[in-house]
Design a protein around this ligand. Structure first.
Ligand code: NAD
Length: 337
C-alpha cells in the first residue's frame, strides 16, 4: 500500500483525500489543516487523522479536534505527499519534502519549475514514472491537454487556438468577484493557459485567450484544433466517445448550460456534484477539412483529482494507473447519460 498524505485540505485536497480512500493500493495517512474550521471538523468526524502545525495543537483541541500529530510527522509517515496548499505555499513546503526525501505532487497554481515536469495523465503518464516531484497542471490546462491528446490520436495536432471562459471563483469563495463584469484574463495575448499546455506539449503551436466570467460552477472552453490531415466528424466523435475522462453531452438531453450539468451531477448522485470528466457538447463538434472545433465544460473543483491519483502511482514507480483510477472513482466515457 502506498501511504499518501494530503497537505492542504481545501477544494482540491479534500477530493484527493476521498479519492485516495477509494484506491485498492493506497492508504490515507491523514490530512494537514492549519485552522480548525468546518472542513477540519467534518474530516475529523469522518475518521481522518488530522495533522496540524506544532503551535496550533491547542487551538484544534479547543475546537474538539484531537490532532494525530504535526504536519512534519505526517510527512515522515508518508510515501507520497499530495500538496494542495494555496498558490506558492507548495513551493515553500518543497524544501521540507526534499529534506525528508519524500516524493511530492504539486498543483497547477505553483510555478511550472516546482516539479521535475508538468503532468497530464493522458499525455505523459509514462514519462512521469519514477520521477520524484510532479506538478499536476491546473483545471483548465488538464481539460485542454486531455482534449488535445485525444484528438491527436486521430491525426497529429498541428495548431490550437482556444478561448477560455473562466469561472470567477469556487462556490465556497463568497468574497471573490467579479459579480457583474467580464474581465479579460489578461487583455494581452496569449493567456497563460497556452504557455502551461506547452510545459507538457513543448512544440505545440497554441494560442489561448481568457475571460473571467461571473459564475462559480464551471469553466467553458472553445477550441479550434488544426490537424496534419483531413478527418471526418465521425472519426473525432468515435475517438472522444471511447476515451475515459471525456464525456459527450448530446443535444437530445436538453442540456444547454453548465447550470444543467451541475443539476445532472446532483441527479446522478455524484459526490459533491463532481464531474471530473471533460464535458463536450456533441453539437459543438464540427469538422472542416483539417480543422476540428469543440466546446466543453470543465468542473474546476474535481477535474484534476484523477490526475493527482495517477501522479501518486507515477512517483511510486507504477507503470499503469489510469484504468485503476477510472474504475475506483467511477469515471466515465461515452455519452454523459
Ligand atoms: P483552497 O484554498 O480551497 O485550499 C487550500 C488549503 O490549504 C486550505 O484548506 C488552506 O487552509 C490550506 N493551507 C493554507 N496554508 C497552508 C499551510 N501553510 N499548510 C497547510 N495547509 C495550508 O485551494 P484550492 O482551490 O484547493 O487550490 C489548491 C491548489 O490547487 C492551488 O495550486 C490551485 O491553483 C490548484 N487548483 C485549484 C483548482 C480550483 O478550481 N479550486 C483547480 C485546479 C487546481
Amino acid at each position: 500500500m502506498i501511504k499518501v498524505s494530503v497537505n492542504g485540505y481545501g477544494t482540491i485536497g479534500k477530493r484527493v483525500a476521498d479519492a485516495t480512500l477509494k484506491q485498492p493500493d493506497m492508504e490515507l495517512v491523514g490530512v494537514a489543516k492549519t485552522s480548525p474550521n468546518y472542513e477540519a471538523m467534518v474530516a475529523f468526524k469522518r475518521g481522518m487523522r488530522i495533522f496540524v502545525p506544532k503551535e496550533s495543537k491547542d487551538k484544534f483541541i479547543g475546537a474538539g479536534i484531537e490532532p494525530s500529530g504535526t504536519i512534519d510527522e505526517m510527512i515522515d509517515e508518508s510515501d507520497v505527499v499530495v500538496d494542495a496548499t494555496p498558490n506558492g505555499v507548495g513551493a515553500e513546503y518543497k524544501k521540507i519534502y526534499v529534506e525528508k526525501g519524500k516524493p511530492a505532487l504539486f498543483q497547477g497554481g505553483e510555478k511550472s519549475n516546482v516539479g521535475e515536469m508538468s503532468f497530464s495523465a493522458l499525455c505523459n503518464y509514462h514519462e512521469a514514472v519514477g520521477k520524484k516531484y510532479l506538478r499536476v497542471v491546473s483545471c483548465n490546462t488538464t481539460a485542454m491537454l486531455r482534449s488535445i491528446c485525444t484528438v491527436n490520436k486521430v491525426s497529429q495536432v498541428k495548431k490550437v487556438r482556444g478561448t477560455v471562459i473562466r469561472r470567477a471563483a469556487d462556490p465556497k469563495e463568497y468574497k471573490k468577484g467579479p459579480i457583474n463584469a467580464l474581465v479579460p484574463d489578461p487583455a494581452s495575448v496569449p493567456s497563460h493557459h497556452a504557455k502551461d499546455v506547452n510545459t507538457v506539449l513543448k512544440d505545440l503551436d497554441i494560442i489561448t485567450m481568457a475571460v473571467i466570467s461571473p459564475t462559480n460552477l464551471m469553466h467553458m472552453h472553445l477550441l479550434d484544433i488544426e490537424l496534419e490531415k483531413e478527418v471526418t466528424r465521425e472519426e473525432i466523435l468515435k475517438q472522444v466517445l471511447s476515451t475515459p475522462r471525456l464525456v459527450v453531452v448530446p443535444g437530445k438531453t436538453g442540456i444547454n448550460s453548465t447550470a444543467e450539468l451541475v443539476e445532472l451531477a446532483r441527479d446522478l448522485g455524484r459526490e459533491r456534484n463532481d464531474m471530473p470528466e471533460v464535458m463536450i457538447f456533441e453539437d459543438s463538434i464540427y469538422v472542416k477539412g483539417k480543422e476540428v472545433f469543440m466546446m466543453y465544460a470543465v468542473h474546476q473543483e474535481s477535474i484534476v483529482v484523477p490526475e493527482n491519483i495517477d501522479a501518486v502511482r507515477a512517483v511510486s514507480g507504477i507503470r499503469e494507473s489510469i484504468d485503476v483510477t477510472n474504475t475506483s472513482m467511477g469515471i466515465r466515457k461515452g455519452y454523459i447519460i
